[in-house]
Design a protein around this ligand. Structure first.
Ligand SMILES: [Zn+2]
Length: 329
């Protein structure tokens, strides 16, 4: 009797001192078992669990989102950029891809979720091709790219719960542009915001493109045959509408109204932010920035990262009214 009492007392003391002896498994740090449905939900948010069909060099290749995004970040942003800028780029590319997929994909390639044509989807560069370009820095740069994608795994820019049209461009001329001034449809999250990059931060921030009057005339009339390009060249251009930062919204050339973007494409200008000047036999375009000017500025993102901003701060700055979250659809 005495002995069993002693034993019981000893056991009680043991259990009191070492509660883990009787604790349930979940209290010891192990997660409770999940149903199959819960497991599926948990894993689909990871890049490694999303499979994409990507048209590369004309052939459809299957890869996971992680592999695809590394290829896009290698191709779309200098790997020498700040880590937070590279992360912002990875999230923007993930967001853009999911936006396209949710919208039913591209009519250009119904057989693939994305392609490597910059005029359709995003550029893509393999590890081998990037290493050849990067030379001595390739191990360092590849590791930066890997981290930019892995550290933002599954994260997406959302507006009202959906991935946004996360377009980006190289550099702005003081501010990004309202989307409806460049393309047709207005979107609440693609609004003009000030962008901090300038000629100190951006190579070829200011550029020039000169054409002989004959060259210009031939190029323009090939595209717009009814244009009247006779008389004094300085009279060829009229009604030039620019926004407050100098981006050309529209102008008349030889009596034909075109957008700044249309003239930019035709002449291969780096942006639609330009002024026009003449010499005896040339017309010269002085251009600021590079790209369409909508959404995130990549050089702007790098300047913000140098100032200590995080990738989330950079993304929510350039995509107005958005949040950055793990997307579970
Ligand atoms: Zn495409």
């Amino acid at each position: 009797m005495q002995r069993s009492f002693m034993l019981a007392a000893a056991l009680t003391v043991l259990l009191f001192l070492f509660p883990w002896l009787w604790a349930a498994p979940e209290a010891s740090g192990e997660a409770p078992p999940q149903t199959e449905e819960e497991q599926a939900e948990t894993v689909t948010v990871h890049d490694s669990a999303r499979t994409l069909k990507v048209l590369i060099g004309g052939e459809v290749t299957e890869m996971d989102m992680e592999t695809y995004l590394r290829g896009v970040v290698r191709a779309e942003m200098p790997a020498s950029f700040e880590e937070e800028a590279l992360k912002a780029q990875a999230v923007a590319a993930r967001t853009y891809t999911l936006y396209k997929m949710e919208g039913g994909g591209s009519a250009n390639h119904p057989e693939a979720d994305a392609c490597d044509d910059v005029n359709c989807c995003k550029a893509y560069k393999s590890q081998e091709d990037a290493a050849a370009d990067w030379g001595m820095s390739s191990a360092l740069y590849e590791e930066k790219i890997r981290r930019a994608v892995a550290d933002t795994d599954g994260e997406v820019v959302l507006y009202e719960g959906h991935p946004v049209l996360a377009v980006f461009h190289s550099s702005s001329a003081g501010a990004t542009r309202n989307v409806e001034d460049v393309w047709q449809q207005a979107l609440p999250y693609l609004r003009s915001v000030a962008s901090p990059e300038n000629a100190d931060a951006v190579p070829n921030y200011y550029s020039k493109a000169a054409f002989t009057l004959t060259e210009f005339k031939e190029l323009f009339i090939a595209q717009y045959p009814t244009a009247n390009l006779s008389g004094t060249p300085s009279n060829w251009f009229s009604n030039i509408h620019q926004d407050v930062n100098g981006a050309v919204e529209s102008l008349q050339v030889g009596g034909i109204t075109v957008t700044g973007g249309q003239l930019r494409s035709l002449l291969g200008l780096r942006s639609a932010n330009f002024t026009i000047s003449f010499t005896d036999d040339t017309v010269e375009f002085s251009v600021t920035g590079y790209g369409h000017g909508v959404g995130m500025s990549q050089y702007g993102a790098n300047v913000l990262a140098q100032e200590g901003k995080t990738y989330r701060e950079i993304l929510t700055y350039y995509y107005t009214g958005t949040t950055v979250e793990v997307y579970d659809k």
